[in-house]
Write a protein that binds this ligand. Structure first.
Ligand SMILES: [Fe+2]
Length: 248
């Protein structure tokens, strides 16, 4: 469990828990997806977000991927019958969006939603892929979010961390790197396929006042293997602090 502690978080969202699924590449490894389903069934969370790369390849058929996503989303919604929020990754096609939304996962394409609890609100924004397609627009996604509001940005790649912090986001949740996927002993990645400080390549990190988290993902791409880099699904618990902002 990753804890995100913030003075900006309204009291109504203290201990709000977010399940993050990333880099599923569902049609690459059915066994890994069954593991995801088995794990999700036993979790408690208040919101599920998916941070891109649903398809195995960066091109080709979308039907096998969508069939797998239907199973994953149905499983999540059996636990929590709420809308999921997601973004597209560099392996995904805009043609997937209508089906994903019919399944119950709203895709945030440079836009945001507001979640309310009693009189409190937090904002969840999402940008389109910033790694390969370069169709991200953080300013548009953030437009209308009040300056003092608690806001989370979903981005497939964390490479836009500077722009996200500049736009005033409190949290950035991303994936893309796979933590290297094939690593040297000790989890040292050979490549992260990203223009990113190494410390931001996996897990929790911090940039100025923004808490970041890079999921190493639940699936794999190119080859269906991971060395010294186990897959993950991630729970983030938001905690309200009266004093300082930190993550850990
Ligand atoms: Fe990926």
């Amino acid at each position: 469990m990753n804890h995100v502690v913030s003075t900006q978080l309204p009291a109504g969202f203290d201990r709000f828990t977010i399940l993050q699924l990333s880099d599923l590449h569902v049609d690459m490894s059915p066994l890994a997806m069954q593991s995801v389903i088995d794990l999700v069934k036993d979790l408690n969370f208040d919101l599920c977000v998916i941070t891109g790369d649903y398809r195995a390849q960066t091109f080709g058929a979308i039907r096998p991927c969508l069939a797998g996503m239907a199973q994953i989303i149905a499983c999540v919604r059996e636990v929590l019958e709420e809308t999921l929020y997601g973004v597209l990754g560099n392996h995904d096609s805009i043609r997937m969006v209508p089906d994903l939304e019919r399944m119950g996962a709203a895709m945030l394409l440079n836009e945001h939603v507001v979640l309310k609890r009693g009189g409190d609100a937090i904002y969840i924004a999402g940008i389109d892929d910033a790694h390969f397609y370069r169709v991200d627009n953080i300013e548009k996604a953030a437009e209308g979010i009040p300056e003092d509001a608690f806001s989370i940005l979903l981005s497939h790649t964390p490479e836009i961390f500077q722009q996200a912090a500049h736009a005033g986001f409190d949290v950035l949740l991303g994936g893309h790197t796979h933590g290297g996927q094939i690593c040297l002993p000790g989890g040292i990645p050979i490549t992260l396929d990203s223009d990113l400080p190494r410390a931001f390549g996996s897990g929790a990190w911090k940039y100025h006042n923004m808490a970041g988290y890079t999921s190493v993902g639940a699936g794999s791409c190119i080859v269906p293997v991971r060395f010294n880099c186990p897959p993950e699904i991630t729970l983030h618990q938001l905690r309200r602090s009266e004093a300082t902002t930190s993550t850990g």
